[in-house]
Design a protein around this ligand. Structure first.
Ligand code: NA7
Length: 584
């Protein structure tokens, strides 16, 4: 291993780590490794840093976790010199923040922009990864770190006749850098997920006419964006370290006033109502944590569903439109809820209309617009807000081969299998940051990223100190972890929705709940235990020689406190899924 931070170039001597992606995870990974004396290079497909916040520059794009917490905590100087302008920072501010981080830590000299990785093959003889880029460059690295993002690869969704449309078609996730002026234009938008829900109110203010094509309505809560709440700002200013520690010590990786003891179904209705109102008024995700049973018990969940349906009716004047906007096919919180600014009220505007694609399916694009079973619509421009091949999409598209040439796509044919969401059996020295099997998208991503980066860095230091050349998840530990991932989600209502968490939005993608639903705090403790037990469940080698081959995974999270009412439901679901031995 080399210890200098020398400028790495293609075809040069092997580097310690090749990092794919210069979003928040790739940037912090680079900074962390450099500080520990490793040399690392980042390859980034885009022309700038920021990942999600580089690509998703559609109108209205902003973060849905309060910026005070959705920001790096690894450097106190950085923390002190940056002030967010509002509760939920817009994309441009987040991109500025990413650039500020890159400048402050002089990251760019080790990032190659406009460089897409197309292949990475493990060379068992050399104990190295051989990496190729779209432009034909070639790198060799001891470790391959996939910082490729969970929502970075748009789905391949297309529509009949789409090429015949004569106007421009914009994808929210690939928005032009120069922006788009919709003034006076007739615009159609397909999709009503988070990207659409954020962009619709902004596009509606500009466009002459906006037609929203909805297949499935989503739950959305008001952001109530504005200045950072005084109580949060004061707590943070008093002791940023303590504030961050408190955020990290939660299931979601952010402070959400989560209630883990009181059940909505055991609380007087007027008190339930008051609590939901209080959280709705606070805004964002806070309503998710109102009661301990809404994520598990159908009846409790229905109380929140009805509360939100009422809020939609209050905001949307036309009862038929309000009804169309009300979700009916999935429990609240089983798809990632949206956080909006004026979404529902936008449908009161005379220039906005809603089309229910279930009632009148889209038949084809035409030169002038879109034809549904009911009508021809004419547009000057169309926006596709149709989502992502989440969690595995960016990894799947790399020709990734591990030991014996085994392809990742083969290994993941029935769904992504990992150990701790960090490593994959048969793919030595390859790490995923916020990969499938880790809490990632169910949490504040930045806190999850910091935890992963720090765990990986510590692991690389340990290998170096002991002159070990490779680490790899054992197949047994991977299988055991997959069981824990399944066991963490099965008691909840989460598997009941056709969500991107389940891979359900991509035709042919295996159905499997991909993130770990046991909570960031629990997960962090498991990862800590695994490392402390000499990397339990990992096979560590020095060249061909196996130095440590713990195949087992014995670390278990502490049992959370669960209200007694929920225990029978949980046991029944785990038993039905074969994840708990049936009672004798
Ligand atoms: P989402 O949440 O996956 O939303 C995609 C939307 O596009 C959703 O409403 C889909 O309807 C719709 N869609 C997808 N394909 C089609 C077709 N073929 N026809 C009609 N409508 C379609 O992606 P976003 O980018 O909005 O948000 C992703 C995450 O980013 C979000 O959860 C936040 O965490 C941030 P469907 O529901 O499939 O019927």
């Amino acid at each position: 291993m080399t210890t200098s931070s020398a400028h790495a170039s293609p075809d040069a001597l092997p580097i310690d780590a090749l990092i794919v992606g210069a979003g928040f995870s790739g940037m912090y990974m680079l900074h962390k490794l450099r500080g520990l004396g490793f040399n690392a290079t980042v390859l980034e497909a885009g022309s700038g840093v920021g990942g999600t916040w580089y690509w998703n520059r559609y109108p209205g794009a902003r973060v849905d976790i309060q910026s005070l917490e959705y920001s790096f905590g690894f450097d106190e100087g950085l923390e002190q010199e940056w002030r967010w302008s509002e509760r939920y920072a817009p994309q441009a501010e987040l991109e500025r923040y990413a650039n500020h981080v890159a400048d402050r830590f002089d990251l760019r000299r080790d990032i190659r922009f406009d460089t897409r990785v197309t292949a990475a093959h493990w060379d068992d003889k050399a104990q190295l990864w051989e990496i190729k880029t779209e432009k034909g460059a070639h790198y060799r690295a001891r470790h391959l770190i996939l910082a490729t993002g969970c929502l970075s690869m748009p789905t391949d969704v297309t529509f009949p006749g789409i090429d015949t449309f004569e106007g421009p078609i914009y994808r929210t996730s690939r928005w032009p850098h120069e922006g788009v002026d919709f003034t006076g234009k007739r615009v159609g938008i397909i999709g009503t997920g988070s990207s659409a829900i954020q962009s619709i109110p902004v596009i509606a203010e500009q466009a002459a006419q906006l037609t929203v094509f909805q297949r499935t309505p989503n739950y959305s809560m008001p952001a109530h964006n504005g200045p950072i709440p005084k109580a949060d700002m004061d707590a943070w200013l008093k002791d940023p370290r303590a504030y961050r520690a408190a955020s990290k010590d939660t299931g979601g990786g952010f402070q959400n006033d989560g209630n883990t003891t009181t059940c909505a179904t055991e609380t007087p209705p007027e008190e339930v109502r008051a609590e939901l109102e209080r959280r709705w008024a606070w805004g964002g995700f806070r309503i998710l944590g109102a009661f301990a049973d809404t994520g598990v018990d159908t009846e409790a969940n229905r109380i929140v569903q009805e509360f939100i349906a009422e809020k939609i009716r209050e905001q949307v004047k036309d009862p038929a439109v309000a009804d169309m906007l009300t979700p009916k096919d999935h429990p609240f919180g089983t798809k990632r809820p949206c956080v909006d600014t004026g979404y529902y009220a936008t449908f009161n505007r005379p220039n906005v209309s809603l089309v229910d694609l279930r009632a009148e399916p889209l038949v084809t694009f035409t030169a002038q617009g879109i034809t549904t079973k009911a009508k021809d619509y004419e547009f000057d421009a169309v926006v596709l807000a149709t989502g992502f091949d989440a969690m595995t999409g960016a990894i799947d598209r790399i020709d990734l081969r591990g030991r014996g040439g085994r392809r990742i796509k083969e290994h993941w044919a029935e769904g992504p299998r990992t150990y701790l969401g960090l490593m994959v059996a048969g793919f030595p020295n390859m790490f995923t940051i916020t990969g499938p099997g880790s809490p990632s998208v169910l949490t504040n991503m930045i806190n999850s990223i910091e935890q992963h980066v720090e765990w990986i860095a510590e692991c690389l230091v340990s290998l170096k100190q002991h002159q070990q050349t490779s680490i790899e998840a054992s197949a047994e530990a991977e299988a055991a972890w997959c069981q824990q991932v399944a066991a963490a989600v099965t008691p909840s209502l989460l598997p009941q929705a056709n969500s991107w968490y389940m891979g359900a939005n991509v035709p042919g993608k295996p159905r499997m709940f991909m993130p770990y639903a046991g909570g960031l705090n629990t997960y962090t403790e498991i990862c800590r235990q695994v490392a402390a037990k000499n990397y339990e469940g990992f096979i560590i080698r020095q060249g061909d020689r196996v130095l440590s081959d713990s195949h087992v995974f014995t670390s278990h999270p502490p049992m959370p406190d669960i209200p007694a009412k929920l225990l029978p439901i949980i046991v029944e679901r785990l038993t039905a899924a074969g994840l708990m031995p049936a009672a004798q």
